[in-house]
Design a protein around this ligand. Sequence first.
Ligand code: MN
Length: 254
Amino acid sequence: MRILVTNDDGIHAPGLEVLEAIAHEFSDDVWVCAPSDNQTGAGHSLTLSLPVRLRKHGERRFSVTGTPTDAVSMGMKHVMDGEPDLLLSGVNAGANLGDDITYSGTVSAAMEGALAGVRSIALSQVMKTERPPSGDRFSAAKGWGPRVIEPLLTVPYENRTLVSVNFPSLDAQDVRGARVVRQGFHDYSRGSIVEARDPRGFRYYWFGLDAIEHTPDHGTDLEAIAEDFVSITPLQLDLTRHASIKVLADRFDN
Ligand code: MN
């Protein structure tokens, strides 16, 4: 089995090493192609107006000066000779729950894999300010990653789908299990905008990520994490709101 590992936190991120180690539990044929820098929040963006550079870091380890989507494209179309059997994205340093998904470079990298018909899994480690007792922020991802990935390898693959996994901010032995749940939603707040002045006196702005308020609905990823479970959410690239097709069609069709 050929595995492509990528992320949005960049080639030097600790979570990438965690995921490489997990990938090696399933195969010796593991390739890494990740962004050269932190691309958190890049979503599914592509670099079209600039060239990108490919750097080789090891025999099957590469970085791209672009977005997570660029890295996956480069990995599949150029670095690897053909598409992988599996794409793993992460392990992201931070949650990708509820409405985070469309901002997420981690999930978007898995979307790019899904577009190519590759079985794709995004993995994110929720991080609270306080570390779990072991001190290892990736403890849950390390302990539960292989256990979650294994069954996902043999379920029938549906085109244009992917799976997003979030690990709670706990030591692996304190995690209560894994739940398959739907995507939840946050109460809208996109964090603060900090205004300050640069050394030349010009105003600049910086977006902050405040703690997001939400009331986790039953059966959602947010609830699973709040209750100390790993959340497993199948996603689809079809964003159509099917229930609205008829309502809109009634207004537009003759
Ligand atoms: Mn990230």
